[in-house]
Write a protein that binds this ligand. Sequence first.
Ligand code: GLU
Length: 417
Amino acid sequence: MIEKELTFLEAVKINLDECAEILRLDEETRLAIKTPIRELHVSIPVRMDDRKIKIFKGFRVQHNNARGPTKGGIRFHPDETIDTVRALASLMTWKCALPNLPLGGSKGGVICNTKEMSVGELERLSRGYIRAIANFIGPEIDVPAPDVYTTPQIMAWMMDEYSVIKGKTQFEAITGKPVEIGGSLGRSNSTSLGGAFALREAALEHGINLKTATIAIQGFGNVGFYAAKIIHEMLGCKIVAVSDSKGAIYNKNGLDPIDVNKHKEDTDSVINFSGSENISNRELLELDVDVLIPAAMENVIVEKNADNINAKIVLELANGPTTPAADKILYENGVHVVPDFLANCGGVVVSYLEIVQNSYAYYWNINDVTKYLDDKIKETYKNVLTVSREKELHMRQSAFTISVDRVVKAMKLRGSI
Ligand code: GLU
């Protein structure tokens, strides 16, 4: 039977239920790990350029703080929903626990279309959102960061607004800032670099020679572009296909990520890139490549198309691209999935370093940041692989059991369960 279209939140809950079975958690613990500690629903009035006031809706969900202040990005997206933010906040809890960061999980979202807004409108919206949630965030409470359609400039405005409210500069209240104002070196491409390190480990494990490996990347935003660039330049792989919301392109001889990005900046899309063939997003997902990288949004590999995935490795740089039913099919078909909260945890790992540097007012060089990230991913990957082998679980189940176990232990020690 084909699974009904699951929402992202339902998918996360199914993963947690499965994990609870594996760990034999009792009922109250099961409920506790699924329940956010706080949810904010805010209205943000913004004076638009035509002088009219428009009211935007925003959310901030703090899922679990047993292991430390909550941490998570903010998405600016026209289709944002509270349930998606809930799912993403939960995922952040597991994403911070997996590499053993002393942080919990949260997520924010604002329903808006940044492509239709001026720079001034975007700044007023960003500042308004922070004013609306200011009493419930802070370095010891909850620390926001960038995510889909939010940028270092937006983080700069948010940090500034928070600092104005507090009457003192508070660099450590927001991460993903520009380096001139407390950002960490290496943060802007850390999600993709962490993904590349994870891919290196996965390829080693599966005997894939990265120098001849072919890669398809679904999504060519910040994360997708840097992934293409790093995987091409650092690992020597051939990027044969990339896509955006308008379509996909394919060239069996390989695409130059820098040239494709330039073409995208000039024409607003990757399609019609010279020397490549336009294909559909669906065709990209089903290409016969060594590695498929979903780097856009959730629910891309579902029960309906999972059997058609031909890649040997799926490296999830997007959050939640694969549903639980699809996971099972991929596992049975021998496709090695590097799950989102392992593959893309590089962003929050370097965000953590950003908080540490801000707190000490002492800044690391890029080699130190890169080495920390490399070691962290290597160790985390190994850990997930070992548990998956020992307990005969697929990589996502294994990662969930490690993270949930750590969070449950912290909750027990603190007395909340
Ligand atoms: N938004 C990123 C993520 O989903 C980074 C979060 C952070 O740095 O706090 O992992």
